[in-house]
Design a protein around this ligand. Structure first.
Ligand SMILES: [Zn+2]
Length: 1016
């Protein structure tokens, strides 16, 4: 295989930090296209394996198909004449995609008509094919036909025989284009092709989609006579430039590309000097003054009060401040000025910064505690109909109850060479035999069943089901872990020292081969305490420098997977006190400690900054928690070895980093890093090191202000080209975000909510729970299918996007399917918090529920139809004195009204704060809270006319009927946008210009979450 120069997004942020940082290879970006855009890739250099992480391995049919040596590309696949050789690809590959690009190299040997390079579809009436020498017609032919009789053809001169040609076909659904390229050049194009891939392929049953390379779907077949190399399927419509680049790079044998990054300018552009939305009426903004201490960058306000013309009451103005990559601006005491910008205007807002030679201010203590899951019960709405929370929870609980634990144990038993129980079926997706992440779903599953067990006190049968599952899972994992590093048979050799694990039997070196033939199962040599769904090799290879990828010399993310398993074991322990769960976690904690304490700091820095390979989830959190549970200091020590030194402290000397409020995470993989920050906060709790708190607090503020989409998601970069990364520069979502491969990876928001709730326990800033509410309703609640627990990976927000849901039967998990079974089994966990001294109760969310505050012998019942009404009622049962702290949301700008026992209270409530109601509460006291909703807009920071419409906390999505290329244009009344909107607040359904708007969490078809808004 040719040597590709693969670039990674971490590189972008680190070349500025240190000249000694080496470019690190990973499989993330290939030919300038991020891996999140890739569905499958077959290099055909010896097998038909899918090189992507999606495991869509092909199958070569007919023995006459051979791998041959080729001058141009080395080993290639040959489908010879007079054979019936072809390649078939699993049908799931094309399900749920918005657009499609197919590219590949073909060496055509015969000019015979009727040959197919590829033919993908349901049958001959609904398919997409490419015929290199034409069918009945002359010339190459790309045809797309659907069962409704729509047929599109593009034609060009036939491919030349006797030489390699690069072919690409792009079906761009929003642009309605079908384009064919030969050797990087567009040769044919069909415009106005109104297509829907959901009609072309079967989106409900994968097996009904037939994907052939080298063969037609029709019965009378003329098999392809050709050589094949590097066949790829993308889920994004590739651009001319990208196709030319794929073509050119393949021909530059051995040469390294200068830059792997390519920014795609495929969103509508607006002049940079045209003020948009409220900014067109903006006259000036006030100057701000801030203080900071030596070495720490100032925390600047994101919004500043503006002065508008014509008596218009505009909102606070979004200011974009420069974002230095180090702290050199604040290394001297004294004053300096920072000049910011305001999108579309030439206003230059100023911040005068006073750098003081003082100590950093103290970090807060953890003052609040969460309630246990069984202390809060979700209730129905007034008239008995279910809330979206209960609806979604029950979809998950019902399906979880039917799962077979043996599926989740399958790869563990496989790794330990144990026999499978009868009828045990392995999971699919990222837990298959050869997937290097196998076991990750098992960790999520342990957490989910633990939460389900704790939450189902209202249904003893269901609860017993989850209790049995927990016990069975833990017993099996414990038994397997007991085998590791111990003598197998009398006199047999074994290795109990985790640092002395040898390569597998008969192998010269460590490898990640998990194939049935290649996997090692010599658990007696794995070191005491080891538990995973694969042998220890991936952990060892990471230490030795292995990168992320599909080869046997590469790994996925061993510590990421381990984090899920350890967190799951501890979750089970905490709800059931099953000592075997804790013992298993401790055993593996000891194994990790033994290996990691030996590693030099440089090795750790290299490991934790290796794209995906070094993704460790929240291992620091898990280890610190294990310390908190066991009080064994080894675990805290090992937790600290997971410090992401570059991100936390800038460099090995701790010069700056997040601890000093420097944004060191721009361009990085979002979900690789958010859990590390949660871990930092957990370590602050256990070690009381103030920097850990600052890291978490600074990260949160930056992420929510500079990287967040309106639903609360934070990933989705167009630059770097990776839908899972943070954008390359803060506060440039329009310029660098809205990746065509999707945005808002759902597991990242799961983690953001966890971080947010945890931060609030230290610092009771209402903005934290405002964010929590946003992400909970508009992303997490919006990420589940209508009639099943299927759920989203990315949630795309480009014009006319549609959500794609997967894993309805819990048989194959991605990362996001994993966090979904956790999110949906713990909705009640953040509605209420209590102060650690039990003197205060925080009401964070307005969700119908009952709190049993057992410590105080108080029950609080919350009755409401929120958000279908702007009102909630809290009824107190029992007597006691405590502060009742209720959240006054940031969006409650029309007031916040309180009645106690029917009598209006004279209060002053600031939007974005907590209001304290203090008294000696008596049994039967009733507190009524009303917070009128209003419409408001949330613009993209660097393109203000592109904005989302909210009604109170609820994001409203325009219901679209077809794919869109441009943003939906909407004109609203500048003085009062509600004048332009009709509808029914109780149903949360509205109409603008004849188009329906519904809550995003009730949107299952095409939608526009962002609109192009003009104010008049
Ligand atoms: Zn994910």
């Amino acid at each position: 295989m040719k040597k590709y120069q693969l670039f990674i997004c971490v590189l972008l942020s680190f070349w500025a930090l240190s000249t000694t940082v080496q470019a690190q290879n990973g499989d993330q970006i290939l030919d300038g296209i991020g891996e999140t855009g890739l569905i499958a890739r077959y290099v055909f250099d010896g097998d038909a394996k899918d090189w992507s992480r999606n495991n869509l391995h092909g199958k070569i049919e007919d023995v006459k198909a051979k791998f041959v040596n080729d001058e141009q590309f080395g080993t290639v696949l040959s489908l010879p004449a007079d054979s019936k050789a072809y390649v078939s690809i699993p049908g799931d590959g094309l399900i749920g995609e918005e657009s499609l690009s197919i590219s590949g190299w073909i060496y055509l040997r015969s000019a015979q008509k009727g040959q197919r390079f590829f033919d993908f579809g349901k049958n001959v009436n609904s398919h997409l094919f490419f015929a290199p020498a034409g069918t009945e017609k002359e010339g190459i032919q790309t045809e797309v036909a659907t069962e409704t009789g729509v047929k599109y053809n593009t034609k060009a001169p036939a491919l030349e025989t006797g030489k390699w040609s690069h072919v690409a076909v792009v079906i761009n659904i929003p642009s309605k284009l079908i384009s064919t390229y030969v050797n990087g050049v567009l040769v044919s194009e069909t415009r106005n092709a109104a297509l829907d891939l959901a009609k072309l392929f079967d989106y409900n049953s994968a097996e009904k989609n037939i994907l052939y390379i080298g063969k037609s779907l029709s019965e009378e077949n003329i098999y392809l006579n050709a050589k094949l190399h590097d066949f790829r399927i993308y889920r994004v419509p590739l651009t001319d430039k990208q196709i030319t680049r794929i073509y050119n790079n393949a021909l530059k044998e051995g040469q390294e590309e200068e830059s792997g990054e390519e920014q795609i300018a495929d969103l509508p552009k607006f002049p940079k000097t045209t003020p948009q939305l409220y900014n067109q009426f903006l006259k000036s903004v006030s100057e701000v003054k801030v203080e900071t201490v030596l070495g720490t960058l100032p925390k600047l306000p994101t919004y500043i009060k503006g002065v508008y013309t014509n008596g218009i009451e505009g909102p606070e103005v979004r200011v974009i401040w420069p974002s230095p990559k180090d702290n050199s601006d604040v290394l001297k005491s004294g004053q300096y000025t920072i000049t910011g910008s305001i999108s579309g205007t030439d206003l230059k807002p100023k911040a005068i910064v006073n750098v003081k030679e003082a100590k950093e201010s103290a970090t807060p203590e953890r003052k609040l505690e969460v309630f246990k899951l069984d202390q809060v019960v979700l209730n129905a709405y007034h008239e008995g109909h279910q809330t979206k929370f209960i609806e979604n929870r029950d979809k998950f609980l019902t399906t979880l109850a039917t799962t077979d634990p043996d599926s989740f144990l399958y790869m563990f038993r496989n790794a330990f060479g144990q026999e499978q129980p009868k009828e045990a079926e392995p999971l699919g997706v990222w837990d298959t035999q050869e997937t290097k992440l196998r076991g990750h779903a098992t960790g999520h599953y342990l957490t989910a069943i633990a939460q389900a067990y704790a939450s189902t006190g209202y249904d003893k049968t269901l609860q017993a089901n989850f209790a049995n599952k927990m016990e069975y899972m833990v017993n099996t994992l414990y038994q397997l872990a007991q085998l590791s590093g111990k003598q197998k048979e009398a006199g047999g050799k074994f290795v109990s020292d985790p640092t002395a694990v040898p390569p597998g039997p008969g192998k010269a070196t460590y490898d990640s081969d998990l194939s049935p033939e290649g996997i090692r199962t010599d658990y007696q040599n794995w070191g005491k305490g080891f538990i995973s769904a694969y042998p220890p090799d991936q952990f060892i290879m990471l230490e030795n420098g292995a990168t992320y990828g599909g080869q046997k010399t590469q790994i996925w993310a061993p510590y990421y997977t381990l984090h899920k398993i350890l967190a799951g074991l501890m979750d089970v322990y905490e709800v059931s006190r099953n000592e075997k769960a804790l013992e298993t976690a401790k055993g593996m904690g000891d194994w990790v400690y033994a290996r990691m304490k030996k590693l030099p700091t440089e090795t750790l820095i290299s490991m934790w900054n290796r794209y995906i390979a070094g993704e460790f989830g929240g291992m620091n959190e898990a280890m610190a928690r294990l310390y908190r549970i066991t009080k064994d200091p080894h675990y805290l020590e090992v937790a600290q070895l997971f410090d992401n030194i570059k991100v936390f402290y800038g460099d090995a000397n701790h010069s700056h980093g997040l601890a000093k409020n420097v944004d060191t995470f721009r361009g990085l993989h979002a979900n690789q890093h958010i859990p590390q920050i949660m871990g930092a906060l957990e370590m602050y709790r256990d070690s009381n090191t103030p920097d850990y708190y600052r890291i978490a607090d600074n990260f949160w503020y930056k992420t929510v202000n500079d990287y967040m989409y309106s639903i609360g998601g934070v990933a989705g970069a167009r630059n770097p080209v990776n839908a899972e990364c943070f954008i390359s520069q803060p506060a440039t979502i329009y310029e660098n975000g809205f990746s065509s491969g999707g945005q808002n990876e759902t597991c990242a928001t799961y983690n953001m909510l966890k971080l947010t709730g945890d931060l609030f326990l230290y610092d009771q800033r209402a903005e934290l729970m405002d964010y929590y509410e946003r992400g909970l309703y508009n992303h997490i609640l919006s990420s589940v299918a209508e009639n099943s627990p299927a759920n989203t990976y990315h949630v795309p927000l480009r014009p006319g996007s549609v959500k794609q849901f997967g894993n309805a039967h819990m048989t194959g998990f991605t990362c996001c399917n994993g966090t979904a079974i956790e999110s949906n089994t713990k909705f009640q966990n953040s509605i209420y918090f209590k102060s650690a001294d039990s003197n205060a109760l925080y009401v964070n969310l307005y969700v119908p529920s009952t709190l049993n505050w057992t410590e105080k012998n108080i029950t609080v019942e919350q009755t409401t139809d929120f958000p279908n009404e702007d009102f909630t009622k809290l009824t107190i049962k029992g007597n006691g004195k405590f502060d009742l702290k209720v959240r006054v949301p940031h969006w409650a700008a029309k007031g916040f009204f309180v009645k106690i026992n029917g009598k209006s209270e004279k209060i002053k409530a600031q939007p974005g704060s907590y209001l304290t109601l203090n008294r000696k509460w008596k049994d039967g006291d009733v507190i009524e809270l009303r917070m009128p909703f209003q419409f408001h807009l949330e613009p993209v920071m660097d393109q203000q006319n592109i904005a989302s419409l909210f009604y109170g906390p609820i994001l409203l999505a325009a219901q679209e009927t077809e794919p869109l290329k441009d943003w939906r244009k909407v004109t609203l009344d500048v003085k009062d946008i509600s004048k332009s909107i009709q509808g029914d607040p109780k149903k949360l359904q509205f109409i603008i210009d004849g188009v329906t708007y519904k809550p995003f969490y009730e949107t299952y078809g095409r939608h526009s979450v962002y609109l192009d808004i003009t104010l008049k």
